[in-house]
Write a protein that binds this ligand. Sequence first.
Ligand SMILES: [Zn+2]
Length: 227
Amino acid sequence: MNLEAAIKHFSPKSLMISDSSRATASAALTGTDVMAALGMAQARAELGFALFFAKHMKDRQSRDKAVKLLAQIAMKIAPVTIGKVAGRRMAQAMLVLCGQAVEVYCRTADDPHARCPQCKGRRKVAAIALANGGGVVCDYALMGFAEEQFSEPDERECPRCHGTGLKASPSSRAYRAVNALLPELPQRTWSLNWKPLYEELISRCEAEESQADAQFMRITRGDTMAA
Ligand SMILES: [Zn+2]
């Protein structure tokens, strides 16, 4: 069982297994098992879990926790040049930078403002629309075809968002946030030293969430549950 499937078994408020999900739940796992597995995996992959809840449950507390934990990592991996510029404001600067990284990471296509303008968050576009020059999602009726002629249209990964369903998020936003704290930070220095760290932190978020998911799957498979 992966994390996303586990969360679907719980109603968000009571954290109780809902009746409808019991039938589809893995036969060997009871609600108590899932709760225990969540707790165990959470202890082993704290940041990944916080990111998961921040992203998929839009949980504010988890988001704040993720930012703090990521900032601890950022302090360790930040190049010396960044420390020199930030000086005594280093910890605060890393919190701002990580806040931006976590915010970008937590965007989902559920949010209309974050959706890719080409595929509208669908992650795919009809191949025929691409052949016609792209830019618009294929409208069969407009093209004079009956929709049923294309009951299963050939769909391709959206070329604009590369299948994420999300609008591009320019790093200039993160620069402005850091710049508000460090007004003397020139754009050139940002691009050279800070932007790579910012991008690395976003990738780190992905890696940490996958790790949390892998931990949870390993535990619910029973490899370590009994140990
Ligand atoms: Zn797209």
